[in-house]
Design a protein around this ligand. Structure first.
Ligand SMILES: [Zn+2]
Length: 222
């Protein structure tokens, strides 16, 4: 009898876990519609040069707590005449795996646009490409900011996904770029996000959630 009770409890937990996983992600556009979205992995404008598997739509999905926190950051930015610009949000596990297999094929290649000083073979070792990503939980976001009404990002001393030590948040950059990195770190920290020291654009939100592999869809399609 006891075993059966535990068994049904496990079944209940498994069921509610599945429901939770499906409903946990929200479309950022529904929560913070003014955030500019430049979803790089849905098209060819990224370090792989191709659309990435798992991105069926150029749409930012995040775990609800992260999306709601980002809406607060955006409200603060707008008071200052600025807007957030997101590059990547929830990332399906298959996309993370794709990055890893792509990295394995780079050998000692360098790319003047994305990794001018790091050999392709060192991208994983140096932490630019990882076997697992917090993005797959919907609790991480890659972003910058710019003037409201424009799609141009502020000068942060290097572009998104530049795999180079200048992308380390504390790297030596111009005074303007330093100030802009500090604006982003400060605004995001106030809302519960922590920066990843090797990438000025990457922020994780507090808490934990399961990794997911459902493809990125248009809003309303989930
Ligand atoms: Zn990231």
């Amino acid at each position: 009898m006891k075993a059966r009770c535990i068994g049904s409890m496990m079944a209940l937990l498994a069921t509610s876990g599945a429901v939770h996983a499906q409903s946990f992600l929200v479309c950022l556009r529904d929560v913070a519609p003014t955030v500019v979205q430049d979803m790089r992995y849905a098209g060819p404008n990224n370090f792989t040069g191709d659309p990435v598997p798992g991105y069926d739509a150029a749409e930012c999905w995040l775990a609800r707590p992260a999306a709601e926190a980002l809406a607060k950051v955006q409200a603060e930015m707008e008071k200052a005449g600025k807007t957030l610009i997101v590059y990547d949000c929830y990332r399906p596990v298959r996309a993370v795996r794709h990055f890893l297999s792509w990295a394995r094929k780079q050998g000692d290649k360098r790319d003047p646009a994305y990794f001018p000083r790091v050999d392709g073979s060192k991208l994983v070792e140096q932490g630019y490409i990882a076997a697992r990503s917090a993005h797959s939980t919907g609790l991480a976001v890659d972003l910058t900011f710019g003037d409201a009404g424009a799609r141009e990002p502020a000068d942060t001393g290097g572009l998104f996904d530049l795999f180079d030590y200048v992308s380390h948040t504390n790297a030596k950059v111009s005074a303007e770029a330093r100030a802009n990195r500090n604006v982003l770190v400060g605004a995001m920290a106030k809302a519960g996000f922590t920066n990843y020291a090797a990438e000025w654009w990457h922020y994780g939100f507090k808490g934990s959630a399961p990794q997911q592999d459902v493809p990125v869809k248009a809003c309303g399609a989930r």
